[in-house]
Write a protein that binds this ligand. Structure first.
Ligand code: HEC
Length: 180
């Protein structure tokens, strides 16, 4: 009798011990579902915030999916700053007239546009920030590279505008084209 009740007691104890972790696991799954719902619930919000940004910038004449380098996407001041950078860090290879030599490609004229036509300004920006200057890549800041890009645009005859080219993100929305 005594042994039996001990056994029952022991069994009950074991059961309580066993249900506890199970309950914990259920709670974990429950909170996982709550998090999942939260993340899923916020996802459209995040996505729409992104879209709002894009729509906003499209509305602002200079930038937009259809913007090209012919719509005045950099300022003269910016190109001037870019020229200073170019003279200090690029001209030793691409030369002062930007025409390059047998090793370094020309950054103006037909050679330039043939390589970059129909690509985004971001692509050019990325190429420069990740591989140039060839003897010391990865040393230029985003702002510096945007200035250099402005100078390359000036040198290629693309018109300047009121606003500077302000971010790599903005550059994503502008296409390099041969003509207007
Ligand atoms: C040490 C020499 C050197 C320096 C300095 C240098 N470049 Fe270059 N650049 C090259 C060479 C060589 C290539 C082609 C081979 C390669 O991509 O590495 C090139 C390629 C490029 C291209 C791709 C051209 C195309 O049409 O495909 C761009 C754009 C460019 N350089 C811009 C710059 C800018 C801007 C700077 C200054 C911030 C710079 N480079 C500094 C040597 C140099």
């Amino acid at each position: 009798m005594c042994v039996c009740s001990f056994g029952v007691g022991n069994f009950t104890l074991k059961e309580t011990k066993r249900t506890h972790p199970v309950k914990l696991a259920v709670d974990t799954v429950k909170s996982g579902i709550v998090w999942g719902v939260l993340v899923l619930g916020f996802w459209p919000l995040l996505a729409s915030a992104d879209q709002t940004y894009q729509e906003k910038s499209t509305g602002e004449s200079v930038v937009g999916a259809a913007a090209t380098v012919w719509s005045g996407v950099y300022s003269d001041d910016q190109a001037k700053r870019g020229q200073t950078v170019y003279s200090a860090t690029c001209s030793n290879c691409h030369l002062d007239n930007l025409r390059g030599d047998s090793v370094s490609p020309s950054l103006v004229g037909n050679a330039f546009i043939s390589d970059w036509e129909n690509k985004s300004v971001r692509a050019l920006y990325s190429r420069i920030i990740s591989t140039m200057p060839q003897d010391n890549p990865g040393t230029l800041s985003e702002a510096t590279v945007l200035d250099v890009v402005a100078y390359l645009f000036k040198a290629n005859g693309f018109p300047s505008g009121e606003k500077s080219l302000e971010s790599a993100r903005e550059a994503q929305e502008i296409r390099i084209t041969r003509e207007k």
